[in-house]
Design a protein around this ligand. Structure first.
Ligand SMILES: Cc1cc2nc3c(=O)[nH]c(=O)nc-3n(C[C@H](O)[C@H](O)[C@H](O)COP(=O)(O)OP(=O)(O)OC[C@H]3O[C@@H](n4cnc5c(N)ncnc54)[C@H](O)[C@@H]3O)c2cc1C
Ligand code: FES
Length: 250
């Protein structure tokens, strides 16, 4: 698929929490898969220098939705853009994944919920049953829960703070995992993926790796991870990998 520069305008913007927002833009593409992402250009100047990678969270009839958590200068600048303002997206990048029509578990940690929302939409379209487990540090960081509840056959929202029964998404997963599940999709902080790998679920787990990127287009090797004995670039070869093959200490 060609990687284009899409100069487009923000159509809709919604705040989901004090630091998480989503916006939609028109981007004409023939196909876009969960896991694929765009490099968002933050301004006409070179400051900040690097574009910021943001995953596709939804794509329907040419309208792309991105869900963003403000963590630093780049995402703050993006959050200041309002409907009608111009934004440039480069991409799509990465391989993404075609979710199979299998009974699936979706495991989201923090803003990892964004690309998994897109997985859920694909599974829903295929009538594949799935459960959506979603955890955040604080209950106020759990976003898009109504949408998730509507789409999923079953779901659970947990937080380490701000809930009567504080727990992590992996603690919740232990109570949920059952032999009828055939595969799982996971996205969240690296520590969550490492702990999930240690759980050795008896099904393929597709991990969406959203670690730091440099160039974002395969040139700098700044995003290399070891996978089944060789180095792979998250931006070009991923960002979706079979979790069992990732060598986190490699
Ligand atoms: C393939 C991919 C897809 C992504 N999709 C999304 C998405 O859909 N929504 C979203 O909100 N974010 C997503 N991210 C993360 C997002 O790109 C970063 O949060 C963003 O680039 C930070 O830019 P900044 O200028 O705001 O923060 P910076 O000033 O660059 O950093 C601020 C703080 O955040 C930390 N940080 C920065 N980037 C990351 C990262 N990738 N992982 C963990 N900590 C980080 C830094 O260490 C620092 O402490 C994705 C990242 C990748 C690689
Ligand atoms: S970020 Fe430069 S090669 Fe992946």
């Amino acid at each position: 698929m060609s990687r284009l520069s899409h100069k487009t305008r923000i159509q809709q913007k919604t705040w989901h929490s004090p630091d998480i927002f989503s916006f939609s833009v028109r981007v004409p593409l023939t196909r876009l898969m969960p896991g694929q992402f765009f490099q968002v250009r933050l301004g006409a100047s070179l400051d900040p220098f690097l574009n910021r990678p943001i995953s596709a969270a939804q794509y329907e009839r040419g309208i792309l939705r991105l869900v963003v958590r403000i963590v630093g200068r780049g995402t703050r600048l993006l959050s200041e853009k309002e409907p009608g303002e111009e934004v440039t997206l480069l991409g799509p990048f990465g391989h993404g994944i075609v979710p199979a029509r299998k009974r699936s578990l979706i495991i989201a940690g923090g803003i990892g919920v964004a690309p998994l929302l897109f997985v859920a939409q694909h599974l829903k379209k295929k009538n594949a049953p799935f459960a959506f487990l979603y955890g955040a540090r604080h209950a106020r960081d759990l976003v898009l829960t109504k949408e998730i509840r509507k789409m999923s056959d079953a779901c659970a929202f947990v937080a380490e703070k701000g809930m009567k029964k504080p727990r992590t998404v992996l603690q919740e997963l232990k109570a949920w995992f059952a032999p009828e599940y055939e595969c799982a999709y996971a996205c969240g902080p690296r520590a969550m993926l490492v702990a999930l790998q240690r759980m050795e679920l008896p099904v393929p787990v597709y991990a969406f790796c959203e670690d730091f990127l440099g160039c974002g287009c395969g040139l700098c090797l700044g995003c290399a991870i070891r996978y089944r004995g060789v180095y792979k670039r998250i931006c070009e070869d991923g960002p979706v990998f079979d979790l069992s093959g990732i060598e986190f200490n490699g």
